[in-house]
Write a protein that binds this ligand. Structure first.
Ligand SMILES: C[S@@+](CC[C@H](N)C(=O)[O-])C[C@H]1O[C@@H](n2cnc3c(N)ncnc32)[C@H](O)[C@@H]1O
Length: 197
């Protein structure tokens, strides 16, 4: 693993590079369409970005650790991919390209989820493929979808645009299978006030 300096311990994990497993990459690649323009945020050694570029129109890949991009450039087994545009820098500060449709954020310890969502939306993207909210499997988040405020949610699972997830408690007589199985997209959850943007 390699890291750049960062203040808190969660943020220290965020700075680590560790590749994911094949099942995770497949789950992402299965969601990418041939006409997609993709932005891979925190692209590591480009192993996923290169595969994504082979199945869609264009991929931009942002990675903060120069050593990882140098490592990727040394990989002799990998032929150059013409529609892959690699950007070395900090995704928190780099402007996002204006033609992207889909973001990829494989970063289970992401502490800037809301910032990336805001930047993707502002750039016109409509989907984010990520493991950063539930920190388990990969989900596709509809970036332009309607969201209700947390206070309007009566009970049940929620996923907030700030990256927080949880279950809002309620009266036991309202607990149905539908409540247990649904996830509401929300805004203004209790954790929103503490999120770094
Ligand atoms: C868990 S690794 C995943 C790498 C890659 N997506 C993969 O699946 O192989 C997260 C990556 O995000 C990068 N990263 C973290 N914060 C970043 C930032 N602010 N800007 C750009 N890259 C960042 C780290 O350097 C690391 O390579």
């Amino acid at each position: 693993m390699q890291a750049f300096e960062h203040p808190s311990s969660e943020a220290a994990w965020e700075a680590m590079w560790a590749p994911y497993d094949e099942a995770t990459y497949r789950a992402v690649l299965n969601q990418i369409a041939a006409d997609d323009v993709v932005l891979d945020i925190g692209a590591g050694d480009l192993r996923l970005a290169r595969r994504a570029a082979r199945v869609c129109r264009r991929v931009y890949a942002i990675e903060i650790q120069k050593e990882l991009l140098e490592l990727a450039a040394q990989d002799e087994d990998t032929a150059p991919v013409e529609n892959l545009i690699v950007l070395h820098g900090d995704a928190r500060h780099l402007p996002f390209p204006r033609d992207i449709r889909t973001g990829i954020l494989l970063m289970r310890h992401c502490t800037h989820f809301r910032l990336y969502v805001d930047k993707l939306k502002a750039a016109g993207a409509d989907r984010l493929i990520t493991n950063a909210r539930w920190r388990l499997g990969v989900e596709v988040m509809a970036l332009q979808a309607e969201r209700i405020p947390y206070r309007q949610l009566e009970m049940g699972w929620y996923a907030c645009w700030c990256g927080a997830t949880g279950f809002k408690p309620g009266p036991v007589e309202q607990l149905t299978l539908a409540v247990i199985e649904a996830v509401q997209e929300i805004i203004d959850c209790p954790k929103c006030q503490t999120v770094i943007v």
